[in-house]
Design a protein around this ligand. Structure first.
Ligand SMILES: C[S@@+](CC[C@H](N)C(=O)[O-])C[C@H]1O[C@@H](n2cnc3c(N)ncnc32)[C@H](O)[C@@H]1O
Length: 436
């Protein structure tokens, strides 16, 4: 199998351990990736080789990154500590962690009481489950196909099982951490940014919009201005505030955002000029990030209202996302939620052309690549999977280089990223039409 490519992108076939050697020193602007979580997920052999913990991979990423360039790497909630250590041992400075919160996970928990009865050879009486109809249809499908015994509602048979009724072994998965690292700077941030074009985070480009969704920049249009938003929030103006809130290190999917809003109810942020001192320092403190204890500062309030999710980036779910551009590929029945049997809103998707089991939402990946990549920069993903980072990078106007070990994912990558290239062209044509 050969490498694959298109306009503004290429993906090298093979192990990143070997193929990253084909890239020059300081040749990419950011690394955004989703390495194996090393859990043997869905029985995939690529998910248990230990590659995510291999310091040599991250050393290669460090070499090909420009000084000051950022790396964002997803990890599993119970394995990411080893990923983080490997990234740090390779020479990256760990700067932060981002928590990606989602609502589509299912607890894979062993019922302790049932396990005790099973070990004792005791038969449990089947009970009517009053909640059965209220349960999510997809969840029922998942459980019934994967573990009917664990999901059936039954009464404990032995005394020991009665004692342990209600105990399990796992929580519902609802977050994935992202390691945020930076290649050491050469000199100060200012000097590094001027020399290498990287070293900072694109705060204005990833602000949380106050009128719904993230404020999207137009890379072509905004590059002509010195600063797309004229930001400098000390005593900011209404137009500056219109660009949105400071991006947080927590990001949500729509389902989690809806749950949060349901719990928080509607609150109104203050508007107009507000002078705050240490004693009322809770107000929008995290947004401004420049509130000196013991001193007074004057800010403009956002003056908007809504649920608590408006403080965070919310990735929009798209039913079409994973299969866009794959019309030529065969449809395969999705066996469970974990092979893409539902979208992030929990709506069932019965068949998929994209058979990758761990597809990240493009909307989320767009926010992440935009956060760490300069205008027109090159994004690297050494674990391309079905190409979500590449699709996001192209839609954001960046170039993309990927590496992927598993041959069967290459046609999926090709279809999805080519689709993005075409989409950018269609959007540009529409914009031209509207202008002239
Ligand atoms: C978690 S998945 C990435 C999924 C991707 N984010 C998406 O949205 O489709 C990790 C990918 O890394 C690939 N992989 C595993 N070991 C690799 C290696 N040594 N070199 C390159 N790719 C590798 C696997 O084949 C898998 O597709």
């Amino acid at each position: 199998m050969k490498d694959i490519s298109g306009v503004g992108w290429r993906v090298m076939f093979g192990s990143c351990l070997d193929r990253l050697k084909d890239l020059g020193d300081e040749s990419v602007d950011s690394v955004v990736c989703d390495p194996p979580y090393e859990l043997g997920f869905m029985g995939k052999s690529w998910d248990s080789t230990g590659i995510a913990y291999n310091v040599d991979v991250w050393r290669e990423c460090l070499r090909v990154l420009k000084p000051g360039g950022h790396i964002l790497a997803f990890g599993g909630s119970r394995t990411w500590h080893r990923l983080a250590v490997a990234v740090e041992d390779a020479g990256f400075e760990l700067r932060d962690s981002i928590a990606w919160l989602y609502g589509s996970g299912f607890p894979k928990s062993l019922d302790v009481s049932k396990a005790i009865d099973k070990a004792a050879g005791a038969e449990r009486e089947s009970l009517h489950d009053p909640n059965a109809n209220r349960r999510n249809k997809v969840a029922r499908k998942f459980w019934s196909s994967s573990d009917p015994e664990n999901s059936a509602v039954t009464a404990p048979a032995t005394d020991d099982a009665k004692k342990w009724q209600g105990w399990g072994t796992a929580l519902k998965p609802a977050f994935e951490p992202v390691v945020v690292g930076r290649k050491p700077l050469v000199g100060t941030v200012a000097a590094n940014v001027l020399t290498y074009g990287v070293g900072g985070l694109n705060i204005d480009g990833t602000r949380i919009g106050t009128i719904g969704g993230t404020h999207k920049i137009n890379p072509v249009k905004d590059s002509k201005t010195e600063n797309a938003y004229g930001i400098g929030l000390n005593g900011g103006t209404v137009s500056q505030l219109g660009a949105g809130r400071w991006p947080a290190n927590v990001m949500l999917d729509e389902y989690t955002a809806a749950l949060l809003d349901q719990q928080s109810g509607v609150s109104k942020s203050q508007s107009g000029t507000l002078t705050i001192t240490k004693s009322d320092g809770g107000w929008n403190r995290q947004d401004k990030g420049m509130f000196d204890a013991g001193r007074s500062s004057t800010f403009e309030g956002y003056g908007d209202s809504g649920g608590a999710s408006r403080f965070f980036y919310v990735a929009k779910a798209s039913k079409r996302d994973r299969n866009e551009g794959l019309d030529e590929l065969p449809e395969v029945e999705a066996k469970s939620t974990h092979s893409g049997g539902e979208d992030t809103r929990g709506r069932p998707i019965p068949v998929n052309r994209n058979i990758h089991p761990t597809v990240k939402p493009t909307d989320l990946m767009r926010q992440l690549v935009r956060l760490v990549t300069p205008l027109g920069g090159v994004v690297l993903d050494p674990f391309t999977g079905s190409g979500s980072t590449g699709k996001a990078a192209i839609l954001e106007g960046f170039q993309f280089i990927g590496v992927e070990l598993t041959e069967e994912y290459l046609p999926i990558i090709q279809g999805r990223i080519d689709w993005a290239v075409n989409q950018v062209a269609v959007d540009a044509a529409k914009q031209d039409e509207a202008l002239f």
